[in-house]
Design a protein around this ligand. Sequence first.
Ligand code: SF4
Length: 449
Amino acid sequence: MKAKSTPTHVHLETFGCQMNEYDSELVRSLLKQDGFVFTDERERADVILMNTCAIRENAHNKVYKHLSELKKLKRQRPLVVGVLGCMAQNLKEELTDIQPLVDVLAGPDAYRQLPMLIRSAMLSQVEGLNQKELAVDLSEYETYHDIVPDRNDGVNAWIAVMRGCDNFCSFCVVPYTRGRERSRVPEGIVQEARRIAEQGFKQITLLGQNVNSYRFGDWDFARLITAVADVPGIERVRFTSPHPKDFPLSLLEAVVSHPNICKQIHLPLQSGSDRILSLMNRTYTNKEYRALVDRIRTLRADIVLSTDLICGFCGESDAEFAETYRLVEEIRFHSAFIFKYSERKNTIAARKLSDDVSEPVKTDRVTRLFDLQRNISYERNREYLETTIPVLVEGDAKRSAAQGMGKSDGNITVIWDKCAISSQPGDMVSLAIYDASSTTLYAARPPVN
Ligand code: SF4
C-alpha cells in the first residue's frame, strides 16, 4: 500500500495594512487548494511565510526582527522561510543577501506561483542546494478575481476591488511594489459580495490602494459601492483607502444617501502646506482639500472624518508645519494617523529630495500634532454622550473578556459590560453612550421610555 504523505505545515504572519490582510487570505486559499495545511504555531511549521509591508519603517523593522528570530529555528531543523508582499518586491537584493535564511521571495503579483516556489525550495533543501526561489515581477493584469479568499472569521469581509496605484506620491513605495492600477470586473465583485452575505458576514470593506479611482468600462467607484450596498443582508459597507482627488459628487451622494454605506470617510491630508503637498505630489492644495471637507459636511454634517498626516517631510519648515497644525485645528477630524516622515528606498523623495528635518524636530512635531488631535478626538467623542447609536458587535473587548466590543457607524470603538448587555458577534444593537475617551465610547443599555 502506498504510504500517505505528510502534509506540509505553513505558518503565515501578516504585517501592515488591510490589503496585506486580504492578500494573506488569498495566499491561504491558493496554498490550501494545493494541499498545504496551516498552523498557528511556528514550531510546528515546515514553511514560515511573512507577508510584509514596506510603507512604514516600523513594519519594515518588525520583519527584520522576526527574520533574525528565525535564524535559530532554521539551524535546528529543515525550514523554508518565505518573504511575500511589498518588502519582497522592494528589497529583493537586500533580502537575498541574508544568507541562508530567506528561501522564497514572492511579490504581490506572484502569489499564484507560491505552491511551486515552496515545493522547489523544499526539494532544493533536501538536495543540499539551498537555492533561492524568486518571483517578483509586477503584472499589469493580475487581480486574483477568480480566487475565493480563505477569510478570517468575524463580522467583516474584505474585498479588494482594485490593485496598484498610479499616483506616485513622492514618499510612497506602493507604485513600485504593487505596480500600476488595475480594477476588477464589477460583476465578479458583486457576486463575491452576495456570497459573503450568504456566509453571514455583516460588513464589507472595499479595498484598494487608491480605492475610489476604481474604473472598469462605464463603472466607477460610486456605481460599484452602490451595487455592493444593494446586496441583501449586508448591514454595513466601508471603503479604504481613498485619495482626495477622486471624490466626485456622485460618490459623496452615494455615501450620504445609502443607509448601509457608513457615514465615515478616511481622507488622507498628509500636510496643510501647499509647497509640501506639491513636493509630495499629492495633486491638491490646502484650499481644495478644505473645500472638499466643506462639500462633504454640507451634504451630511455628522459624517465622521479621519485622516493621515506626515510630520517632518523633506524641507518642512516650522511655518509649514504650523499650516498643518492650523488646518487640523480648523477641520477637527474625528481621528488621525500621525507619522514621522521616514525615507523609503526607491521613492521619488529618496531619489530627488533630502530627508533633512532632524529627528528631534520630527518628534516634537508629531507630539504636538498628536496632543492636538487627542484633545479634538476627545471632544468629538463626547458629542455622543447621552445619545443612542447603532453598534455592530464584533466580540470581546481586547482588555477584558467581561466586556463586549463593537463599532459605531463612524468606526469608533464602543465598549460595554457583558453582564448588562448580552449580544453575539454580528448583532446590531442600539446602545446608550454614557462616557467617552479620545479613542472609545462607553455604552449601556438604553433607557426604556
Ligand atoms: S495614493 Fe499615494 S500614498 Fe496612496 S498608495 Fe498611491 S502613491 Fe501611495
